[in-house]
Design a protein around this ligand. Structure first.
Ligand code: GLU
Length: 557
């Protein structure tokens, strides 16, 4: 049987030619230099934080060049199929502002280069598989029943542990030799019996020789040529990643493949496949895995580590803008500098550049994320903070959301404290912080959390609070208000300013800061709170005095 006959035998129903398939996916009409990129996730039910890195890089490369950015769902692995995972993935990427031009979107499907689900592209893969067989570049293997059963086991790798690798390589080589010709005896009979087959590539590489390639981040890389006959179609006719990658990225006219570094060692296989199929390979950009520090050593940020699950960031209360900002901070070394110069510009205006990416990969660090998030929130308007907190609270703290909606003016005024101006306050890291930060504005959340420190005499505190009550007038401007507190300090033996106190500390019972603290604890319940003058302005006369009264009649009575 010759190769053409074998191709007919294996794929009798494939009537379309590669040329006809090509015609369905014409070259895209895009401006010179425009890049076509994609995100090609496998919906396994877990969206890793690291997913955002290739996604943003691909998005930027396409949209900064006037190109196209699409989503392709790599759902060929039925063993890893998780219901609902795909929708979750689409929603998560959309939540973080990843906008696709084509593919499954939150509100349906767009684009002329589909289907965008690999599970719907079986016929297309078979057209090219048939071509490879016809040209003698691929061959079938009909597994025995035992081999078929073994193929279905997920954890085959485990069995290989502690084996003699040299012996194993030799055995694999021998098996490959045997497999290459086995079909000559078995194909006809096996097809007649309806037995499934696995399609292998007939590798022409020489492991002693090198194949060179230029990665967009790593520069020139070299690998041994591929001499392994790897699988193109599994026994159920579904393609492997390698085969689907070549067919899909070619037909969908991807110019630049951005993917995880774990695929780099497969590159010789992919280049071989593109050559066999007569396709021009895309440009590749392999992104290093996200690492974290453990003691002094770097570890992969793996699934179980805190921070690995993208879904957790929303629950932890990180504004989406903070997460995006953090990703760009890690992606491009000059992003923070740009941000300082352009505090109000959207990230889309940042001139993202592959040259500013780090080869060795980014180091994930919560401290840095928190720092970025504080800055992001500090630049928001009170209205934006209110909206962000409310959306978070509606999902994760409905009681708090109820308070925010019942008294929006109080909440917005509270968020406005210290906001705007050149040096906005950086009190908030995540939305989840806000309740502790400003919850005391709501009577139902107000409690005295910080007790007055021991060294102060109850009667001094009582005298200070009483005097303040008598003098408080919400119509006072901040200076007048503060001058009154200074007077009170002086009248009870506390230094009215810090300079006087520092010069002669023994002369005083304390200083103006202590007297302010007496008031702060009474009115906010806490030693640390936003600007007290502003707090009292928002609370108003009645609530301020009522709280002072309560303290006088309870803790200080
Ligand atoms: N489905 C592959 C993965 O999730 C995609 C790799 C690629 O982008 O080509 O790793």
């Amino acid at each position: 049987m010759n190769a053409c006959e074998l191709a007919e035998l294996l794929f009798p129903n494939v009537t379309q030619t590669p040329e006809e398939a090509e015609a369905q996916y014409p070259a895209r009409e895009l401006p010179e230099g425009a890049k076509v990129t994609r995100v090609a996730p496998s919906p396994t039910g877990f969206v890793h934080f690291g997913t955002l890195f290739p996604a943003f890089v691909s998005e930027r490369l396409a949209h900064q060049s006037g190109g196209t950015f699409y989503l392709r769902i790599e759902d060929t692995d039925s063993l890893r199929y998780v219901p609902g995972a795909e929708q979750d993935l689409v929603n998560t990427l959309s939540y973080y502002g990843i906008r696709f031009d084509e593919g499954p979107a939150v509100n349906g499907i767009t684009g002329n280069y589909g289907p965008y689900w690999q599970s719907q592209r079986k016929e297309t893969y078979h057209i090219f598989a048939k071509q490879l067989v016809r040209e003698g570049k691929a061959y079938p293997y009909f597994p025995t029943d035992e081999e078929l059963a073994a193929l279905k086991q997920v954890n085959k790798k485990e069995e290989n542990k502690n084996k003699d690798w040299a012996a194993q390589a030799q055995a694999a080589q021998a098996a490959q030799e045997a497999r290459r010709t086995a079909w000559k005896e078995t194909a006809e009979k096996s097809v007649a019996q309806g037995r499934p087959f696995v399609l292998y590539i007939l590798a022409d590489g020489d492991g002693e020789k090198k194949v060179f390639f230029t990665d967009l981040i790593k520069g020139k890389v070299e690998f041994p040529e591929n001499e392994e006959d790897f699988v193109l179609l599994k026994s159920d006719g579904i393609p492997t990643y390698h085969f689907a990658h070549a067919v899909d990225d070619h037909l969908m006219r991807t110019t630049t493949v951005v993917r995880g570094e774990e695929w780099l060692p497969s590159l010789p296989k992919h280049l071989q496949l593109f050559r066999y199929l007569g396709f021009k390979p895309p440009k590749y950009l392999h992104i290093a895995q996200l690492m974290r520090m453990e003691g002094t050593s770097k570890k992969k940020l793996s699934k179980r580590d805190k921070g690995a699950a993208l879904a957790d960031y929303k629950a932890m209360g990180y504004p989406r803008a903070s997460v995006i900002e953090y990703v760009f901070t890690l992606l491009n070394s000059n992003f923070e500098e740009w941000r300082r110069a352009n505090p109000d510009k959207p990230w889309e205006e940042f001139p993202f550049s592959v040259k500013k990416m780090s080869i060795s990969g980014a180091l994930f660090d919560f401290d840095k994320l928190n720092d970025v998030s504080k800055n992001v929130i500090s630049r928001m308007t009170a209205e934006e903070v209110y909206d962000g907190v409310l959306a978070w609270a509606q999902e994760y703290d409905p009681d708090f959301a109820g308070l925010l909606t019942a008294q929006p003016d109080i909440a917005k005024a509270a968020f406005a404290i210290g906001r705007g101006g050149n040096k906005p306050r950086k009190d908030l890291t995540v939305w989840a912080d806000t309740k502790a930060y400003m919850g005391f504005f709501f009577d139902s959340l107000y409690t005295v959390q910080d007790m007055y420190p021991d060294p102060f005499d109850k009667s001094d505190i009582r005298n200070a609070l009483t005097a303040f009550k008598d003098s408080f007038d919400p119509a006072d401007d901040q200076q007048t208000w503060f001058d009154k507190i200074k007077d009170i300090a002086g009248s009870i033996g506390f230094a009215p300013d810090m300079k006087a106190y520092k010069a002669e500390p023994d002369k005083y019972k304390g200083h103006i800061g202590d007297v302010s603290m007496f008031l702060r604890v009474a009115v906010t319940g806490k030693m640390n709170a936003p600007d007290l003058y502003a707090v009292m302005q928002i609370l108003g006369r009645d609530a301020t005095l009522a709280r002072i009264d309560t303290i006088l009649n309870t803790i200080l009575s």
